[in-house]
Ligand binder design. Sequence first.
Ligand code: NDP
Length: 234
Amino acid sequence: MSRRNVLITGANRGIGLEYVRQLLARGDHVIATARHPAQAHDLNRLVAEHPGRLHVFPLDVMDPKAEAEVARELPLVLGDEPLHLLINNAGLLHSGERFGHVPAANLEDSFRTNAMGPFLLAQAIEPRLADGAKVANMTSQLGSIANTTRFGTPTYAIGKAALNMVTRLLAAALADRRIAVVSLHPGWVQTDMGGAQAPLAPQQSVAGLLRVIDGLDMARSGSFLDWQGETLPW
Ligand code: NDP
């Protein structure tokens, strides 16, 4: 293999940006997507520091036409090389939701961002994935149906539970091409979403997540794992 090509969504901040940093540090070729590339200042600085190894594409995962557009544009930077890893990282959490007052719009945003986008992107770029490639869907333990005992972050939980089903369905669809698909929980991480009181730094979480992704094989395809490789209940 000449170089390893990785596509990651929601890469302008938080866990996504840290993935980009660590992937670049180990020599990978990265296609990073962001809703607003012109405002993705940290990403654009990295582009300048790593000429030819980082490309930034626009992608709003809520736009159902945008995933196909990314797939069409990939040859511009990949030529006829395949993708070896897709990280569906973009995610959305509406906080402060109370039972009786949960707006339909929040449900729709969450479903479209957390579940529909990852599914449509994987479907659109499937022909570009190498046999033996990997797909990592960034989920949350809050999407675990088995672990749910209280009414918290409902639209996020519903969106991530749907994403977990996306993982299982993609794992089945891509098994004959030996493409392993997993749901990954990053831990509780210090980002805009996780907040400053979270125990894990993005560096630590992403280092663990990349170790888990590196170690993935078909026996673990269709699994729900955390950043340390522990299995979580669906
Ligand atoms: P942040 O809120 O810090 O960053 C979210 C990223 O997703 C941003 O880049 C944001 O882009 C992008 N995004 C949101 N909506 C869209 C959209 N419609 N199209 C494209 N990109 C979008 O989150 P984290 O970095 O903390 O989280 C990364 C992933 O990990 C998410 O899937 C999250 O659910 C998951 N996770 C995080 C946990 C934590 O403790 N931090 C815990 C469990 C799971 P923009 O800047 O344009 O808004």
